[in-house]
Design a protein. Structure first.
Length: 165
């Protein structure tokens, strides 16, 4: 059994040009939302053994803020180049390479790839707003098998719901 946490990066500042998309930092709300998600993970789990993040500034900052608030060490965060603007197929490839010793994995990346991937994993359409987190239970012994699908969406959360505003 594997636990997969799929998170869209938190709210970022709007880019002045599309050429600046990769370097967009988190907005103040985005920083707050990422910390909120980390606190939820610390309180309710599952606690990720490993965090894989897109190297885009907004995604990496989201992963770092979530990890810090959840009490996950920075050494357990890996920036993966292929997660920036990844398709569902690429997301599956990246996760398939995760060490089998990892029981719970958090992936922080971007739409539309994440929503398409969740459809493959769970067989249903899931909308991920910024900083939304989907917890998927996968009946698989290793990540290579888990990346193929057959998952169950256990829960879907947004910081807005936790904060109540």
């Amino acid at each position: 059994m594997k636990n997969l946490l799929v998170m869209r990066h938190a709210k970022a500042v709007a880019p002045a040009t599309m050429a600046e998309d990769f370097a967009r930092p988190l907005s103040p709300r985005g920083r707050e939302d990422a910390q909120c998600v980390g606190r939820v993970l610390a309180a309710h789990g599952p606690r990720p053994d490993l965090v894989l993040s897109s190297p885009a500034v907004r995604a990496a900052a989201t992963a770092q803020a979530v990890a810090k608030a959840a009490g996950i060490g920075a050494t357990e965060i890996r920036l993966e180049e292929r997660l920036y603007a990844a398709t569902a197929a690429t997301l599956s490839e990246v996760v398939a390479a995760a060490p089998d010793s990892v029981g719970a994995l958090l992936v922080v990346a971007h739409n539309p790839g994440l929503e398409e991937w969740l459809t493959v994993l769970c067989g249903g359409r899931v909308r991920l707003a910024t900083a939304a987190l989907a917890a998927v239970e996968l009946a698989a012994a290793d990540w290579h098998e888990a990346a193929r699908g057959g998952g169950v969406l256990e829960w879907l959360g947004k910081p807005r719901l936790v904060r109540g505003r």
